[in-house]
Design a protein around this ligand. Structure first.
Ligand SMILES: [Zn+2]
Ligand SMILES: [Zn+2]
Length: 139
């Protein structure tokens, strides 16, 4: 997956500095929704000279290329996750940020029906559930 991302970035004329690679290493395999500051702290372990501005810029670029997606957080702050293949829905733990993608074909029918009931043709949707993951539930 890292290789795929690096390839995409190179193709788009993006220079892969050490700082940017450190950011990519952190987010590419994350199962947790990470805020830019969390990415910054984790990536600094690999590249101590990293600046927060580089983190923001790299995340922006990754989002633009649809390699990561921005998720909604309770606090109103931005957090990011690697993008899933194809159309997926998301569930996120409100305590630790653990995220999980799921499909759910019956949902697609429901949304089409809701649209029809209101005189809309539904052409897309974003669905994100909040909850508490099994591990946080035990605490
Ligand atoms: Zn949790
Ligand atoms: Zn859907």
């Amino acid at each position: 997956m890292v290789e795929k991302w690096l390839e995409q970035l190179r193709k788009n004329g993006y220079r892969l500095t050490e700082a940017r690679q450190a950011v990519i290493q952190v987010i590419v395999k994350s199962n947790y929704a990470l805020t830019p500051f969390q990415v910054y702290e984790a990536a600094r372990a690999q590249y101590p000279a990293l600046g927060l501005v580089s983190v923001y810029r790299t995340l922006e670029k990754l989002e633009e290329l649809k390699l990561i997606r921005r998720v909604h957080q309770d606090c109103g702050c931005n957090a990011y996750l690697p993008q899933a293949e194809g159309h997926q829905h998301l569930i996120i733990c409100q305590k630790c940020g653990l995220a999980c993608y799921f499909e759910g074909d019956d949902l697609e029918d429901l949304f089409t029906k809701v649209g029809a009931d209101h005189g809309y043709e539904v052409t897309g949707h974003w669905l994100q559930l909040f909850g508490t993951c099994a591990e946080c539930e035990q605490k």
